[in-house]
Design a protein around this ligand. Structure first.
Ligand code: FES
Length: 109
């Protein structure tokens, strides 16, 4: 399936509170976070090893990898520092008619 321009339904806006995360499937597993009323989507896989970032601790606009504690900026996908050195891929989030969608047309890491 060509998912480059696919939108995938995530949730109703009202069904995700601040701090919530939902995982959807695009070409890969994608974690969608709600932080301070905004939505952010990143690949649900740390660029260091295989940890699921959806299991990480969210603070401000970052998520801490649950395995070795690199932080990733949810806006840019950039890591704060080692052991992760590569950015995680981000995806556009669309809010339309009270629903949240994520697009596969994301930035390359
Ligand atoms: S697996 Fe994420 S920092 Fe190591």
């Amino acid at each position: 399936m060509d998912t480059r321009h696919t939108e995938v339904y995530v949730a109703r806006v009202d069904d995700m509170a601040d701090g919530d995360v939902t995982v959807v499937e695009l070409d890969v597993r994608v974690a969608v976070f709600r932080v301070n009323g905004e939505f952010f989507a990143i690949d649900d896989r740390c660029t260091h090893q295989e940890a699921r970032l959806s299991d990480g601790f969210v603070e401000d606009c970052t998520v801490e990898c649950p395995l070795h504690a690199s932080y990733f900026d949810l806006r840019t996908g950039d890591p704060s520092g080692p052991p992760a050195v590569r950015s995680v891929r981000t995806h556009p989030v669309i809010v339309r008619d009270g629903s949240v969608f994520v697009s596969a047309a994301g930035g390359a890491p």
